[in-house]
Ligand binder design. Structure first.
Ligand SMILES: [Zn+2]
Length: 434
């Protein structure tokens, strides 16, 4: 429970009015824009707090119909009254519309309608300045953090464009896997941990990741390589103790290999654990190849589980938050050897599969239902299938949706294919609908 209580601290943020929409089954081929590639060059100020440069987003129209517009998600603008700590200007390849959804959506009318299967590029000037708040996009002393800050393209699927708000308790982000090449030019006095593998001093390359996060400041850094060959780089602010760094590194080295054995080898080569002892509203936040953690005692294992459940095997976080959070808790229990016997509390008053609009308006229930009961559902499924069959099913499920997006129906189908037991009553008893 301590883990969940700590995670619930991330709930103490702002409110927003959001619509509840039903889950929609979506075929992978209908999602887009696809074949994404982001090329970014940014130069920092002296401290790494403010970055200016240019970003381009290349894409192929995989939506199944002609594409006249795309949408940039500027989630970093959600909490500052549209003061725009993330500012986009001088657009090419299209014309910018108004900012909407708390300035987190910028519509781009494309210069030319893009036919199905054709490629296009938009590019724009970009300035990002970390706000004065202790958040994943914010500041902590001499350190700046750029989580959910770099603009990325919204997803279109059979449900239309996904322009849902940032609800402020995480799980608002739905993106497709993309290749990033990000050049972050900065003074030698600061360190810049980032998604991907950094070479030539400043260029970070990341293949097939859903987001790109980085931080800047006078971090201390320690590197170790797991027996499985994954480089674990630990970055810490100056008041994090050496013992906390060592503990996070040891835990990370073990977890990244174990989850690789369970769910498929970690494909990115490197993972950055970024430790800070000053966060108060959250204890950990996951990004591809990069996690933010409170120290000491941050949820290292949980956030590394997210490298698979959210990162490699994607989902619409807003629509189906349990498809990554329940799986991350379950994976952590596997790591800890906790079978969670007798965990199911009986009849629930809400379904685990509700979306973030629902959970935002139902407060703290969200952590208990999505994290605790969601993980319990998976433990109960383990008891129905048997541990061997459950492990095989998860590996197969992961492989099927590797770098893709899964849905509730996809998961139910994968489970049913792994057993001769009719699971209809199981799903019903565990609040999982059609
Ligand atoms: Zn989580």
């Amino acid at each position: 429970m301590r883990r969940i209580v700590v995670l619930l601290l991330s709930c103490l943020l702002l409110s927003a009015t959001v619509a509840v929409s039903p889950a929609v089954a979506v075929g992978k081929e209908e999602r887009g824009p696809g074949s994404l590639r982001y090329d970014v060059t940014l130069t920092s100020d002296a401290t790494g707090r403010s970055w200016t440069g240019r970003e381009s987003a290349g894409f192929t129209n995989t939506t199944g119909k002609p594409l006249g517009e795309v949408y940039l998600r500027l989630w970093g603008n959600a909490w500052d009254g549209c003061k725009q700590p993330v500012k986009v200007s001088n657009l090419s390849g299209g014309v910018a519309g108004p900012l909407t959804v708390n300035c987190t959506v910028l519509k781009v009318e494309l210069a030319n309608v893009v036919a199905v299967g054709k490629h296009a590029v938009i590019s724009f000037d970009l300035t990002m300045t970390a706000p004065e708040r202790l958040e994943q996009f914010g500041r902590s002393g001499a350190y700046s953090f750029f989580g959910n800050a770099l603009p990325v393209l919204a997803v279109h699927d059979v449900g239309g464009w996904h322009l849902e708000p940032d609800v402020g308790i995480g799980e608002s982000y739905y993106t497709l896997a993309a290749d990033f090449a990000v050049r972050l030019q900065h003074p030698a006095t600061i360190q810049v941990p980032a998604t991907g593998i950094t070479s030539a001093g400043t260029v970070s390359i990341a293949k097939q990741v859903r987001d790109f996060a980085f931080a800047a400041g006078p971090f201390r850094q320690s590197t170790a390589t797991s027996p499985g060959g994954v480089k674990v780089r630990t970055w810490s602010t100056n008041t994090v103790t050496a013992a906390a760094v060592a503990d996070a590194q040891t835990t990370g080295l073990a977890a990244i290999d174990e989850f690789g054995r369970r769910f498929g080898a970690y494909p990115y080569g490197e993972i950055d654990l970024v430790l800070n002892d000053r966060w108060t509203s959250f204890s950990g936040m996951e990004y591809p190849g990069f996690v933010l953690l409170i120290a000491p005692g941050g949820p290292v294992v949980h956030e590394l589980a997210h490298q698979w459940w959210y990162g490699i095997i994607g989902n619409n976080e807003y629509a189906d938050p349990w498809l990554d959070e329940a799986f991350a808790v379950y994976a952590t229990d596997l790591h800890d050897g906790d079978p969670a016997d007798g965990c199911w509390p009986g009849t629930l008053t809400a379904s685990i599969t509700n979306n973030m609009g629902y959970w935002k308006s139902h407060g703290l229930n969200w952590g208990v239902y999505v994290y605790t009961y969601g993980a319990c559902l998976l433990h109960d499924l383990d008891r129905v299938l048997g541990t061997e069959a459950m492990a095989t099913m998860l590996r197969t499920y992961a492989k099927t949706h590797w770098y893709g997006v899964s849905t509730v129906l996809d998961f139910k189908s994968a489970v049913q294919a792994a057993t001769t037991v009719d699971l209809t009553s199981f799903w019903k008893a565990h609040t999982i609908g059609a």
